[in-house]
Design a protein. Structure first.
Lengths: 112, 114
């Protein structure tokens, strides 16, 4: 099971673009990269998932280089409501023994 | 609204008591999991199920039992509560196939064992 490493915390300001990078050196061929967002007293919320190159949805973009040993979650024009903990996970979605390893995540604080 | 429903939201138990945390999903998801989250930590997998009648242990299964008699329900039983089981418990589900394969989480049960 691939383990991920991400910064413990980050600060930014409203209106800025925020990039959170995650390293996953032992990612396996079949592994997908998934990001979740968690607000206090709530369960994590799925943000985005990708396998390679770039994925974009209405909330964020996910950039994955060719070697797939890292990934970057990009949040455009953040607001105060984006203050949360962000988790990066890797795993094989098609494996019946699929288990995710959750680190402590990155605590993102957005300032006015 | 579709999603994962957990009950109760809060619970206080005395050491040695037993109880069941309920989890239900209405999205016809094959995979369901139970996690615990301690303050400032990531989630740790307790038990998971890949379909009705199939369950398996996660990272921290001791002191907990699960069953999956239907696709919709995945209850978590605490056999004899201990203070070390004070935590927030999350149930999650996802489809077994297709992409993306992200989990949908419930709102959690905050359990205190005294």
């Amino acid at each position: 099971l691939a383990k991920t490493t991400q910064p413990i915390s980050m600060d930014s300001y409203e209106g800025q673009e925020v990039n959170i990078t995650c390293s996953h050196n032992n990612i396996a061929t079949n592994d997908y990269i998934t990001w979740y967002q968690q607000f206090p007293s709530q369960g994590p919320r799925f943000i985005i998932q990708g396998y390679k190159t770039k994925v974009t949805n209405e909330v964020a973009s996910l950039f994955i280089p060719a070697d797939r040993k890292s990934s970057t979650l990009s949040l455009p024009r953040v607001s105060l409501s984006d203050t949360a903990v962000y988790y990066c996970l890797v795993g094989d979605g098609k494996d019946s023994n699929y288990q995710l390893i959750w680190g402590a995540g990155t605590k993102l604080i957005i300032k006015p | 609204n579709a999603g994962v429903t957990q009950t109760p939201k809060f619970q206080v138990l005395k050491t040695g008591q037993s109880m069941t945390l309920q989890c239900a999903q209405d999205m016809n998801h094959e995979y369901m999991s139970w996690y615990r989250q301690d303050p400032g930590m990531g989630l740790r997998l307790i038990h998971y199920s890949v379909g009705a009648g199939i369950t398996d242990q996660g990272e921290v299964p001791n002191g907990y039992n699960v069953s999956r008699s239907t696709t919709e329900d995945f209850p978590l039983r605490l056999l004899s509560a201990a203070p070390s089981q004070t935590s927030v418990y999350f149930c999650a589900s996802r489809a077994g196939t297709g992409v993306p394969l992200g989990y949908t989480f419930g709102s959690g049960t905050r359990l205190t064992v005294v």
